[in-house]
Design a protein around this ligand. Sequence first.
Ligand SMILES: NC(=O)c1ccc[n+]([C@@H]2O[C@H](COP(=O)([O-])OP(=O)(O)OC[C@H]3O[C@@H](n4cnc5c(N)ncnc54)[C@H](OP(=O)(O)O)[C@@H]3O)[C@@H](O)[C@H]2O)c1
Length: 261
Amino acid sequence: MVIVITGASSGIGYETAKFLSLKGYKVYGLSRRTFEDEHFVNLPCDITDYNRVKDCFEEIYQKEGRIDVLINNAGMGISGAVEYTENSDIKKIFDVNVLALINACKLVVPYLRKSGKGKIVNVSSVASTVPIPFQAFYSATKSAVQQFSYALRLELKQFKIDVSVVCPGDTKTNFTSSRVKDNVVEDELYGKRIVNSIQKMEKDEQNGMPPIEVSKIIYKIIKKNHSPACKTVGFGYKMIMLLVKILPTRFMLWVVSKLYG
Ligand SMILES: NC(=O)c1ccc[n+]([C@@H]2O[C@H](COP(=O)([O-])OP(=O)(O)OC[C@H]3O[C@@H](n4cnc5c(N)ncnc54)[C@H](OP(=O)(O)O)[C@@H]3O)[C@@H](O)[C@H]2O)c1
């Protein structure tokens, strides 16, 4: 089985690429960084460069004769108040987290169809369902990923292509240090709210689960004959997702505001 995973140079993507190759799959990573790894092949690729992504899929297909699984994992974060965020940063996060993922799905479908069946696993986040203040754009992109994935799952059912979403909670990776934080400021309008909220979230991430926990869930999804539509990673986060669904929205937002100011 041939697996392509985006964002394989670090964190969840790296651990997953390594874990899956140790399980016997042929794994190709797509990330901007150039590196050699003993477990899998990484093709240098910016996923927002659609022609490059197209060429990478074709190169893998020519070499392996098939593509069976696409894991859309690459992602980025930005923090800060909505009104202070540059439009160029807003565009960037939607380009990387949403539009590039959609493009990769579009491009991979013909290859998966040629294999007779296939799987697409899109990495979203608990933040898709729990709206985080001063992380509005991140939550919005991950929500978009979730709804897009569900609709695509329905469209592709007839071709035996399963589309699944994985929602990790806080995970200890480089995501925290890579986040764009130009607008994390203390000022007369928001006081310390922005800084405090981001500090809490970053502390939770750095005390979060190891990325391998997410890799194990992705592995389970790939192995299943009929993959689930959505899997949240971690018992505590599963409970949070359940509560968000059953609690009145106003109450849920009040709880989030108590946690993140
Ligand atoms: N960490 C958490 O707490 C957490 C929680 C929920 C969901 N997630 C999601 O999990 C996924 C992986 O994040 P992580 O925590 O493992 O973070 P990470 O360690 O920062 O890894 C992010 C990966 O995305 C790649 N990437 C970013 N922009 C790219 C681009 N334009 N083209 C190609 N690759 C790109 C990076 O590779 P290059 O820089 O080499 O391109 C890197 O391999 C993300 O979608 C994130 O939203 C993370």
